[in-house]
Design a protein around this ligand. Structure first.
Ligand code: SF4
Length: 77
């Protein structure tokens, strides 16, 4: 089961095509402010930190995948 954390959602819509059962829909919650105006500087900084962590996790997982492949390759020799 997947959960959208309302308070952290940026409305980027990346989850919509990725959802295999089309269970996500977005509804506007801000009034007339959109984009960067809808967030405080603190919220933007926190989102940037989460994104940096996300990127680091992706890079670490890729390094680990390459190590596993290298190990498999040496086992087959
Ligand atoms: S992918 Fe984007 S739209 Fe979907 S929940 Fe996360 S921040 Fe919100």
């Amino acid at each position: 089961m997947h959960t959208v954390i309302d308070a952290l959602c940026t409305g980027c819509e990346r989850c919509i095509p990725a959802c295999p059962v089309d269970c996500i829909s977005l509804h506007p919650v801000s009034t007339d402010v959109t984009g960067w105006q809808a967030w405080s500087a603190r919220q933007a900084d926190e989102a940037a930190a989460r994104y940096a962590w996300h990127r680091e996790r992706g890079a670490r997982e890729e390094r680990e995948r390459m190590l596993r492949l290298a190990r498999l390759s040496t086992m087959q020799e």
